[in-house]
Design a protein around this ligand. Sequence first.
Ligand SMILES: [Zn+2]
Length: 128
Amino acid sequence: MPSKRNRQPKTTDTNSTTAEGVLKLMYEQGKAQFGSAMKGFWLYTDDLCPACLKNSAGEVNFQGEKALSINGFMYRERGILIGYFLCEICTLFIHEHAQKHPYQETPLHTKIETNLKEAYQRHLSSLN
Ligand SMILES: [Zn+2]
């Protein structure tokens, strides 16, 4: 569920810092559960939503409130937990789908995973 945020404008930097903190907690929990299979975490901070690659990712209007919803994807082959935001349209799509078909992944999830893996590879090669 998205966490409720106050209505003051927040900069992307603040969002990233908050998101890093949340992601770190998710990582610690995963580490407790999966041990050494979890090797690290990384926050996807590109402007574009990793699901549609069209809209900007970040704050969404959720039930009348501005919300920042961080999602986590476990890149198993690498043991990396990738945190990401979606745009409003994709967030609502996934939320609605989850209400109708709980525990079922949408075709969007496949796209998200592919795009996140590619983004992570790009990130790795940018380090070299
Ligand atoms: Zn989107």
